[in-house]
Design a protein around this ligand. Sequence first.
Ligand SMILES: Nc1ncnc2c1ncn2[C@@H]1O[C@H](COP(=O)(O)OP(=O)(O)OP(=O)(O)O)[C@@H](O)[C@H]1O
Ligand SMILES: [Mg+2]
Length: 409
Amino acid sequence: MNRSKFDLTKFLAKKQTIIKDDQVFEPNFIPEYLVHRENELTLLANHFKSIISKNSIITGKQVIIQGPVGLGKTVVVRQFGLTLENYCCAKSEDNIANLSFFHMNCRRQRSWYLILTSILTQLVPAFPIRGFSVDELLTYLVKILKERNQGLLICLDEIDYLLSETKGHDVLYSLTRHHEGVNHCEQTQISLILVTRNPHFQKFLDPALLSSLSQRVIIFEPYNATKLFDILSLRAQQGLYEEAYSNDILKTIADFAYKNGDARYAIELLWRSAKVAEQEESQYIDFEHIRKAQVSIFPIKQSIITDLTSQLKKVLFALALLLKHEKNRAFVTTNELQNKYNEICKKSQEKPRKQTQFWNYLQKLAGLGLIELQVQNRHQNGKSAGRTTLISISDLPVSDLLLLLDQNC
Ligand SMILES: Nc1ncnc2c1ncn2[C@@H]1O[C@H](COP(=O)(O)OP(=O)(O)OP(=O)(O)O)[C@@H](O)[C@H]1O
Ligand SMILES: [Mg+2]
């Protein structure tokens, strides 16, 4: 009988050399510092500052947060809400309101019933979860808050899922208006942060609801490559061993991720690259690990490569050969690539194509998403010396590419 070659005990005992702390890369992780979101945090703080005061007669406030995926909407709101709650708790004797923060993900808790019972069971652990209608739950919640003289800040994250429910708009309307008819001195207040990716969110609200919302909107803009680099840097400092990565590695990941400005994608790519390096028992992350990690996110399209013309295959092969030996750069220059391409053509006794045609090939490969072109200004002795194009392969492991092209070139 063949014995398994895999030694589980040895595997478990092996120390990780790249990743210091896996938790840092978990989706729920809240970093200590949220760089490049200071403006958004300031806007939130200004908007909600008044709700923490016990003295003022204030009703609930609302804010809408809008922006595409992975821009830090959730992490910013969670950090803000938790900090506010902790502050109120620590200063409870200094005329500061008794305020609790709830972050609700409406994709996971897709109905008002689930949301309200979840809040109520946290406020009143013995609360019987069955047998109440949504209206009754809401009335009960307001009553409890009044009795306790307590305020709530509720974040309804991915709110769109909730508004597609039949009663979605009505309940939200009641929440924004619940203070009407209540004695203000009793200070029952519910404030809301509505988070959506939909840039046309307001168009989907019925007019009554729209006018009852304060309509304060905070838009989250995509991060550029420099900002993504800073975010990655902080994450790497916390989650990776210092010797396991370089700034060039982080910069390359930021460059790949910046097209969407998506920090989630950037962090995931760093984590997957670290995992690949770990698996290969490498001491540090290199550019090939990043390319392999990208393929695990977007699988390689082999058919695109096998269908290339022979000349395009030669250009791609030349690039893969050069990058294979490039340990310190994720790119090569046009000159370097053209020289290698000429060499390959000569070996197969073909006449290399001229500059213009070669440039067309590069454009074609870039158009197919197989390579990346980046134009950079050159400087010599402090003076501008024209422009150069840097060429890289973003999401194909060079080793796989070489295997595939070796048989075809
Ligand atoms: N400014 C930042 N500093 C540190 N980490 C950040 C920052 N912005 C985003 N992140 C991290 O990027 C990832 C995505 O952020 P988050 O989940 O908040 O995005 P989102 O805008 O809510 O996306 P979605 O619309 O898909 O829900 C998280 O791991 C988060 O910690
Ligand atoms: Mg989110």
